[in-house]
Design a protein around this ligand. Structure first.
Ligand code: EPU
Length: 343
């Protein structure tokens, strides 16, 4: 395609991706398209660029690039918050996939609309939240999602997935399934309850409120923000992608064996004879909290978070992640799975 044709589509050639990701590791994209509307996205997807390997970027906060991307990167920048329903039980909002998640939570709170306060300050976009079912402090995005609007990158079909079709689980959805890789999320409908239903069961949050019921969603949001600031590095200061590993799910039998050896292990029973282990605890137990390899590090206040200490490459961070996982595997026989998408 000619430069004029690319320009008309809002596409640039040979673009640096580091500033578009929170790990800030260097990597270039052969083509970068920033799309602000479904129509603009359609135009890009109708062009010859659609034949290339494709990577959709939201806030770039759940991504580790370990090499250049010889294809088309689509930066989702569809914005807008639309009030689709407002009734006695609650409100339904249709939000552009490119809206910042944290900014959206704050905007809704400023209108006095609670329901997402436990997910305050989570980086990334609304689209990313719907793809990976973000969760923190006792709430998962899937609990508020009603439906997800998508466009198919190959057929250009537009479709609304009801939440029941999204197959939501812990940090996962149908949109992470390779069979659904052609569906690009464009808008997300969220339902917020009108009544304030404070959720302060999460241990650290409960400790902050110490038995006193919070008065408003804003107050819960402030508490969550304080907790996050205490434990999680600000990507603008110390580039990172939040938790680098998922908390592993094991059988109750395995949990019991581990607890016999280490009664201090932090773990939670799940339904169906399973249990979730605190990966941060396991990483700390193998002595990797605060460890460094090259310019990559394990954050000293939360072992689940890997950080770019300055000038790290994606490969360096990946090497550290592999070393952390290897140590946990050797010591506990537990497999740690990365949470971010690794390219
Ligand atoms: N722990 C340690 N050492 C550590 C880190 C944690 O012993 O270095 C222990 C803590 O003491 C605690 C337990 O592990 O008893 C759980 O720790 P924490 O409450 O910090 O939560 P987490 O399981 O480490 C998860 C999410 C976070 C989310 C928090 C709060 C995952 C992979 N991570 O972390 O999500 O903010 O709970 O709900 O599920 C993210 O996904 O990017 C993320 C930051």
């Amino acid at each position: 395609m000619t430069d004029t044709e690319l320009e008309a589509l809002g596409v640039v050639r040979d673009a640096e991706l580091a500033p578009l990701t929170t790990f800030a590791v260097p990597a270039r994209a052969a083509y970068l398209a920033r799309v602000e509307s479904v129509e603009a996205l359609r135009r890009v997807l109708s062009s010859p660029l659609a034949q290339l390997p494709r990577l959709v970027l939201g806030g770039g906060s759940n991504l580790l690039l370990t090499c250049d991307f010889d294809g088309l990167v689509i930066r989702m920048e569809i914005k807008g918050i639309e009030l689709a329903a407002d009734d006695e039980q609650g409100r339904t909002l249709v939000i552009g996939a490119g809206c910042g998640w944290s900014e959206t939570v704050d905007e809704l709170l400023s209108r006095g609309w609670g329901g997402l306060e436990n997910l305050a300050l989570v980086p990334g976009t609304v689209g990313g939240a719907a793809v990976q079912n973000i969760g923190a402090y006792g709430l998962e995005a899937a609990e508020r999602i009603v439906s997800v609007d998508c466009i198919n990158a190959r057929t250009l079909e537009e479709r609304t997935f009801d939440v029941s079709e999204c197959d939501y689980g812990y940090r996962t959805s149908i949109f992470k399934n390779p069979e659904y890789a052609d569906w690009i999320v464009t808008r997300v409908a969220l339902r917020l309850p009108r009544a304030f239903e404070p959720r302060t069961g999460y241990k650290e949050l409960a400790a902050l409120f110490a038995g006193a019921a919070p008065e408003s969603p804003l107050q819960v949001a402030e508490a969550v923000k304080a907790l996050r600031r205490r434990k999680l590095p600000d990507p603008k200061v110390l580039p990172n992608a939040g938790s680098f590993f998922k908390n592993p799910v094991v059988s109750r039998v395995k949990q019991r064996h581990l607890l016999e050896d280490m009664p201090q292990l932090v773990s939670y029973p799940l339904a169906g004879g399973r249990a979730k282990l605190a990966a941060g605890w396991l990483i700390e137990a193998v002595g990797m909290k605060g460890a460094r390899m090259g310019r990559a590090g394990v954050y000293e206040r939360q072992a689940l978070v890997l950080v770019n200490l300055g000038g790290a490459t994606g490969a360096e961070i990946k090497a550290l992640a592999d070393e952390v996982a290897r140590k946990v595997w050797l010591r506990f026989g537990v497999k740690l799975e990365p949470e971010p998408v690794i390219v």
